[in-house]
Design a protein around this ligand. Structure first.
Ligand code: AMP
Ligand code: MG
Length: 518
């Protein structure tokens, strides 16, 4: 082993971490072979400093949160320390391809990401990946860097989504450096360390399918099945079963996005996790005033990834995955129709998306309305509310949160919701019908309120909240980032002292634009 003396001499925690990283160079992904990645050290960043740290993510890895204070921490999680590592232990950038904005983009890959390795803890294994650690063979025209602003957004949202109960990659830290990075203007560099059981994307499969490399395609699929979907092995056709599981996980994920008003912004196939995790946080956004056509990505001029498009796009992306798996899905000659059924079977599996998504979404909105029993017309009631919210641009998060104050007995608790709407006659009519529906529920107001407040968050990462933390961080004041991260750790709790974080966005928030530039 040959880690740098400065790190070896620092606290035992960090040394133990590095030893573990070294010891496990049997990393499952890296064992797939050199067709899948290139090993290289990170490009160093001068004088790195810790901007943000998630003690929760550290605990996930079995790391003592005190390691963030270790002087070696920033050196390791910028990738600076990797210069000293021997070749077989170097981090790796993986190759993938993908469809970007509906168009085949050919080879992409980790253009600014490097996997440090995998860590085992409590029976689970996590890959640690640096983002913004310098150029790789897959950088194309990019500089391999990520700016502080986008790194903070990814860090905050990864952890916020986790605490909302939504599947996501996690984030351990953001490390900053004063090294300038050119975007629309000069900004500074940062590295976010992401944590996930796997960073395999639909695009990894598309890559080997497009290159007609069926052996590698099978190796990849077998790896994903063995590690993450072992039950598929029991199936007649494990690859068809894999497609079925990924379709289900993706449908479930997007239903969860829709239910909190989350817009991903760049649902390209290379940004779709094979595990159904939210991955690659760029120009994402939580809708404030509800607009079903909300486009969070300023670069998305056609609205391909608008809020209401997300389910359809997820299905389209699953189609791309299905196509990539076709060489593995066994031919099944059907005597009765004298043809191969594999395409029909894949299509049927793919169409399972609707069967998963519809009920998953309905279930979530049913809970958001605080309904315990199921009655005909429940889904229509939720749809009508969304229609009224859209027409009035009523705040998504506040509308659902305040709905818990409505009483099944009288209109005494209506005002907080009503105040969010311009169409008062519309919302009054809806509230009357809602109350009539609540009357059919045996549950009392208190119990319903409690249940609703566990599914309708009070706090989400609104754009302006992230922006405020970013502005302060640019001045080297990271206290707002820390405070915001703490608020978002308990998004369903009242936290009355933090009411300001749950308020309607200020006027200046309307001028914020988030684009692909990161
Ligand atoms: P994204 O849309 O951010 O998911 O990125 C699409 C592709 O471009 C991925 O392969 C990224 O690794 C790559 N990429 C994005 N930004 C950069 C950058 N600054 N330097 C190198 N590669 C980048
Ligand atoms: Mg990406």
């Amino acid at each position: 082993m040959s880690f740098s003396p400065s790190i070896a001499e620092s606290s035992t925690n960090l040394s133990a971490l590095i030893e573990a990283l070294f010891a496990q160079r049997q990393d499952a992904f890296a064992s797939l072979g050199s067709a899948f990645y290139t090993r290289l050290p990170a490009s160093p960043l001068p004088a790195p400093y810790v901007v943000g740290f998630s003690a929760d993510a550290a605990c996930l890895l079995g790391l003592d949160p005190a390691i963030a204070a270790d002087p070696g921490f920033a050196e390791l999680f910028t990738g600076n320390a990797t210069r000293e590592w021997r070749h077989e232990a170097l981090p790796y950038a993986s190759v993938y391809s993908g469809h970007q904005f509906g168009v085949w983009a050919g080879q992409l890959g980790d253009g600014r990401a490097l996997s440090l390795g995998e860590l085992d803890h409590a029976g689970k294994r996590y890959e640690l990946q640096l983002k913004g650690s310098g150029r790789t063979p897959y950088s194309r025209m990019g500089d391999g860097r990520a700016v502080l602003r986008s790194s903070i957004r990814e860090f905050l949202c990864s952890e916020a989504m986790h605490h909302l109960g939504i599947p996501t990659t996690r984030a351990l830290s953001v490390i900053g450096s004063d090294q300038p990075v050119r975007r629309e203007e000069i900004e500074t560099a940062a590295v976010v360390t992401r944590v996930s059981p796997s960073f395999v994307r639909f695009g990894h499969f598309e890559h080997f399918y497009a290159a007609d490399r069926t052996n590698e395609l099978r190796t990849l699929a077998d790896h994903v099945i063995e590690r993450f979907y072992p039950a598929c092995r029991e199936s007649d056709d494990p690859y068809l079963a894999l497609l079925d599981r990924v379709v289900a996980a993706t449908a479930e994920l997007v239903a969860q996005w829709q239910a909190v008003g989350f817009c991903h912004g760049v649902m390209n196939t290379d940004n779709m996790s094979i595990l159904g995790l939210t991955i690659d946080y760029g120009p994402f956004g939580f809708v404030d005033g509800f607009d079903a056509g909300y486009i969070c990505n300023h670069s998305d001029t056609q609205g391909r990834y608008a809020y209401r498009m997300q389910p359809q796009i997820a299905y389209w992306n699953c189609f791309c995955l299905a196509q990539s798996l076709m060489p593995l899905i066994g031919e099944r000659y059907d005597e009765t129709v004298r043809s191969d059924r594999s395409v029909a079977d894949a299509q049927a599996t793919l169409d399972g998306f609707k069967g998963h998504f519809g009920p998953a979404l309905e279930r979530r909105f049913h809970a958001k309305l605080g309904l315990h029993e199921t009655h005909e017309g429940d889904a229509a009631l939720a749809d009508r509310l969304l229609g009224l919210m859209h027409a009035s641009r009523a705040d998504f998060t506040l509308t659902f949160r305040r709905l818990s104050q409505v009483s099944k007995r009288d209109a005494s608790g209506d005002a907080p919701v009503r105040d969010l709407f311009l169409d008062l006659a519309g919302i009054d009519g809806w509230l009357a019908d809602y109350r009539a529906r609540l009357a059919l529920e045996p549950r009392e107001d208190d119990a319903r309120r409690e249940a609703m407040n566990r599914v309708n968050p009070k706090f989400v990462l609104r754009n302006h909240l992230a922006e405020t933390a970013i502005r302060r961080a640019k001045e080297k004041d990271f206290s707002e980032l820390e405070r915001l991260a703490a608020v978002l750790r308990q998004p369903f709790d009242e936290q009355p002292e933090n009411d300001a974080y749950a308020a309607l966005p200020p006027d200046w928030a309307g001028t914020l634009e988030v684009s692909c530039s990161s």
